[in-house]
Every structure is written in C-alpha cells, then in structure tokens.
Write a protein that binds this ligand. Structure first.
Ligand code: A3P
Ligand code: MG
Ligand code: MG
Length: 402
C-alpha cells in the first residue's frame, strides 16, 4: 500500500515565491573603469535634537576643529547617552524631509531608488567582505524602489549576539582583561566626535576654554544632522539620506537656485582606528586598508569630501590624526596593498541595482507594487531576492507619504 500518502506531495505543491540570485563572484566582470557616477548634490536635510526628535532644520550641524592629542577616549563612559532604535525607523525621517521639500518647492522628487546611505554602503562593499551580511526590504511603489533595513532580522541578530556574549561572560575563561567591551569601543567613536566638534564655527575670537571644554563635554549620539542627496550610479538615479558628522567650514549660502552648479558642501566624516605599529606587516596594512574601504564608500555616497581618522592606542588614548581626501582613498589603496578596487565596488553596485530593478519590475508587472526581501548571508557570496507574499498592504501604508 502507499505509505507515503497523498498529503506530503500536496504540501510541496504550495508555491513558494521564486528566489532570484545575484552572485558576487567573479569580480572580474566588474573590473575596468567605473560606470558613470554623478556627484551627489544635497536636495534636503533634517536634524535630530538632544531627545532624538525630528527637526526640519540645521540645528544638528557641528563644526570641526582639530582635537587635542593625548585625550583618553574612555573618559566619561559612565555618562554616555547612547541612542539606539528600539522601534523600526523605516525610512520615515528621510521621507518626511522629502515630503517637506516637495511641499516647499512644489516639485515632485523622483528617483529609481530611495534608501539610507548605510544600505548602499553595505551593497557597495560586499564584493570585498566575505563576512558581509545584510537583510533588507525593497518596496516598489509608484515606480520607485524604497530599500530599508529589515529591522526584525536585525533585532534577532542583536539578541543572538547578546546571548552569545552573556554566555561568554559566564564561561569558565573570563574575557581578556585588556580587551575593551564592545560598548566601550562604540563609545570611543562618539567620544572622538565630541573632542573634534563644536556647535559653532571656530573664529579667531573663539576662547581657548571653549575648545578645551570639549574634553569633558558629555557624549551623546541623540542629536544628529542628516543630509539627503540625489546621486547616480550607472543609469540609476538614487536619493540617499545619511548622517553627516560635521562641517569643516560654514556652508556657503546658495546664491543659485539650481542644485547643479552649487558648490560641494565641506562635510567631514570622523573615524577612529587603532594606530598602526611602527613597522606594520602586510597583514596590518591590509586590515587598515579594508577599514578605509568602509570609510571611503560611506563618505563617497553622500559626497563627503574629507575623512579625518583619529588613531588611538589599544587602550583608547588618542595618539594621532590623518586627513584624507575621500576621492584619493581608492588610489592610495591601488598603490598600497590593492586589497580592494573602488571601480569594482561602483560597477558591482550599478550591476546589482540594475538586476534588482529588473527582477522587481518584472515580478510586479506593469504598474504593480510589492515588497521583496534582499538578503546576503555571511560567507554566502550570493544576494538572494524573494517576494514577500501578501505584503503590499503594509508597504503601501509605509510608503504612502511620498
Ligand atoms: P568609529 O567609526 O570611529 O568607530 P560614524 O563613523 O558612522 O559616524 O559612526 C560614529 C561611531 O558610531 C563609530 O565611530 C562607532 O563608534 C559607532 N558605530 C557606528 N556604526 C557602528 C556599528 N555598526 N557597530 C558599532 N558601533 C558603531
Ligand atoms: Mg557619524
Ligand atoms: Mg563618523
């Protein structure tokens, strides 16, 4: 008699949405000169205040002034005000700022893709990061693809990490006494920002005490300023929003109404990194240049022209400083360890976006919409895209503002 029954095969017949795959390798298909890229132009901005509340203004902008060396980045850790999203932020603030701009100008802002800069950084750097992983959601609405982080997947990862680290605390071998905690290492980054920044531009009449007071100023990442740019990668137009650390000089008030001939805004990105040993090995250099990939991609996407790297000792003492022109970083690495190629990153991003748009438009049909999961697994090497069933109602609500 048939023991297998007729139930199991029927279950298998339940159609799962098809999985589309975009392999990262081989990278040589992305080599050669970069596909056309447009200089990012700011089209809107917003700030978060000290309570992380949205403000349609420039109140969150800070100004860079060279920090004092020798500062202890651990100082003030116990009073760190660390903001982390507890609820899914979606693209809400970005869309809010775009809607405000549309109302102000009466012009509709259009692009093939709208997303946070952080999502594009993850995509652009994926070719050179075996350990890269991401979980994103892509929503097609009104011919634009909105890409956001899959917050539920991120929360699950965080919970897993937390349980792992609490497990290691209770394990027989205690963590190395010289090993700073993850939270401390995060603090160093924000402490460095506080040491470098002031709420007003520095002038010759700025009192020295104002500069010195930064050393003991409380550290918080609640307040922020975000720049929203229009940019292009290959034939795709993008609207990207992301946090900017500060300005090297005050913004020149725009005398022209056209964004096309507006001068670039002198944004600066601040980063910390462990200082290299006096005689770095190739491994040390590769490790540092891999970090430069992240710094470059993140800054390049928003048109941030300079990156200031604060070098710290293992224990977190600020020892030195380097200022890079963002546009020159890929050339430095080409003359250095060659551990990544900026052209490959840009061409990969262009190729991936084109492929994603093709999959989504094809599946949605003319004038349709929907939500797709976009996932790269650790060591996976393949970006997988799969339609989320019955999801369009949610997506429509989320994107209804634009
Ligand atoms: P560093 O980059 O100097 O480590 P950003 O550089 O993007 O402006 O972010 C500022 C700081 O936030 C970082 O400084 C780091 O301390 C913290 N940070 C940013 N992204 C993080 C992440 N994914 N995990 C942990 N800390 C992060
Ligand atoms: Mg920042
Ligand atoms: Mg920074």
């Amino acid at each position: 008699t048939s023991q297998t029954g007729s139930y199991a095969p029927q279950q298998l017949n339940v159609a799962q949405p098809q999985i589309f795959r975009f392999p990262i390798e081989p990278l040589n298909r992305f080599q050669g000169t970069s596909t056309t890229i447009k200089r990012p132009r700011e089209i809107a901005h917003f700030s978060y205040n000290e309570n992380h509340e949205y403000r349609q203004d420039e109140s969150g902008i800070c100004y860079y002034h060279i920090p004092e060396m020798g500062a202890d980045l651990c100082e003030g850790f116990d009073t760190f005000r660390h903001y982390e999203d507890k609820e899914d932020p979606h693209l809400d603030s970005l869309l809010k700022a775009l809607v405000a701009k549309e109302k102000e100008t009466g012009e509709k802002l259009e692009a093939d893709f709208v997303t946070w800069r952080g999502m594009m950084t993850k995509i652009m750097t994926a070719p050179y990061d075996m350990f890269a992983e991401f979980n994103m959601l892509a929503t097609l609405y009104d011919n634009t693809i909105f890409i956001e982080e899959d917050f539920s997947a991120k929360s699950a990862e965080r919970a897993a990490e937390a349980s792992q680290s609490s497990h290691s605390r209770t394990a027989s071998r205690p963590p190395h006494p010289d090993q700073p905690s993850r939270e401390m290492m995060t603090y160093w980054g924000y402490k460095f920002e506080t040491l470098c920044m002031l709420p007003e531009p520095v002038t010759p009449s700025t009192p020295r005490e104002v500069l010195a007071a930064r050393r003991t100023a409380p550290v918080s990442n609640y307040a922020q300023h975000c720049s929203i740019v229009r940019t292009g990668i290959g034939s795709h137009t993008l609207i990207l929003g992301g946090e900017v650390d500060g300005l090297l000089a005050p913004k020149t008030p725009s005398t022209s109404t056209s964004a096309a001939d507006a001068p670039p805004i002198p944004w600066v990105e601040l980063k910390t990194s462990e200082q290299l040993p006096p005689h770095p090995t190739r491994r040390d250099l590769v490790r540092y240049e891999r970090k430069l990939l992240k710094f470059w991609a993140q800054s390049f996407l928003l048109g941030v022209e300079k990156v200031v790297v604060g070098f710290r000792s293992k224990a977190g003492i600020l020892k030195g400083l380097d200022v890079y022109e963002t546009a020159r970083i890929p050339g430095m690495v080409r003359r250095g360890t060659r551990c990544w190629d900026g052209n490959v990153c840009v061409n990969f991003a262009a190729g991936f976006l084109g492929w994603l748009r093709g999959v989504v438009l094809e599946e949605a049909g003319r004038g349709g919409g929907g939500v797709w999961r976009v996932r790269l697994r650790r060591r996976g090497g393949v970006v997988e895209v799969q339609r989320v069933e019955g999801s369009f109602g949610e997506g429509k609500g989320r994107m209804g503002g634009i």
